[in-house]
Write a protein that binds this ligand. Sequence first.
Ligand code: NAD
Length: 431
Amino acid sequence: MMDTQLAPPLHTSADPTYQTALSQYDHAVSYLNLPDGLIEFMKWPRRELAVNFPVRMDDNSVRVFTGFRVHHNTVLGPSKGGIRYSAHVNQDEVRALAMWMSWKCALVNLPYGGAKGGVIVDPRQLSQGELMALTRRYTSEILLLIGPQIDIPAPDMGTNAQTMAWIMDTYSMTVGYSVPAVVTGKPLNIGGSLGREEATGRGVIVCMLEALRQQEIAHSPKDTSVVIQGFGNVGANAAERAHELGFKVIAVSDVSGGLYNSKGLNIPELRNFLRANPRKLLDSYRGDADRLSNSELLELPCDVLIPAAMEGQLTGENASRIRAKLIVEGANGPTLPEADAIFNDRGITVVPDILANAGGVTVSYFEWVQGLQEFFWDEDEVYRRLERILVRAYDEVTHTMEVYNVDMRTAAQITAINRVAQTTLTRGFYP
Ligand code: NAD
């Protein structure tokens, strides 16, 4: 029997990202006929750890950093989620991102729960040696929470394959043997998967293609304009894939601002420019493009807008000025609930983050499986399986939209949350 007595909320938070995640959850579960205790259980993180730890800097001084690791739900399997290095990350943001990971893994049917981690640091201010020391110490601080059968980190904003290599090495040194499956998003030469680096951006484009096809927004790629905010792992790979398929990527941006060309930007040239440029920022690009700000970029007339930078970009303030016909969320949580309501009223489809950017965790799952089996797949196999999983999830969400008569985000959340709920009920509550 389920206890229907509601536990007091564990958190009250003013963080807009966490507020967004909680309000999306409350909205989605209102369509599901679930016991109150189960609703409460799925809402809060299962366990969380906050750590303060010292790092010796290049000038021999010692700086203390704060980090987090949150496991939101572990009913479907070990938890999975990225680690973010950002000056603005906080525990509530990590809780929100961990919750979205639970729904994302459930939506694409992976045997994982949701987790997330973060360290309050601007990685661009640290040398490689300092970043390595910070990563190794943070890893040892959260070691009791991670492991190939417990919780498997991956890259997120501000971290990359090199960060994962340091985590894998630190974990392996501690247990005494190599454990590649403790992280995903690793470099290929230590057990990474082909296609992982590109997977999130590629998955965004798989979802964009499905949405364009189902909604008959545009007829041919060369007549379809795409605008992308954020030119990091997700944004740049989405831009490259869209360009490769013949779409007109008319604007991209990063933290330094945006670039615009109504005839389409030369994306491979832009990526090569960034690889060769030590600052790794778009503002010094002198190719065939006009400069514009991030807010101007979001409001450009276009067929598809892909926010792929960070949370909270589409708000109650700017939603009525967005002129895209379709929004595909590369970032986690780029759309606030007030903006969602405006897009729904205006008939603009938003392909939600937990579906649109699920390509990353899907290929992370492939990497984990390959690592456990010590048997590696070729790139074609990775992409073929990725596409099949995403298209199936997309179709399931479309079906749920019809059954419940709801928008796409609510449908995606209903599908995912119900999967976690039914699995919880099957397993029962321990003891
Ligand atoms: P990244 O650090 O590689 O890139 C982030 C990009 O956003 C950079 O180009 C940066 O300059 C830009 N940016 C930062 N602040 C900005 C601002 N204020 N305005 C405009 N641009 C800004 O990070 P990423 O891995 O590409 O992640 C981007 C988003 O996608 C995050 O929300 C992340 O949680 C989400 N995500 C990432 C993955 C992944 O596999 N990396 C998977 C799923 C979701």
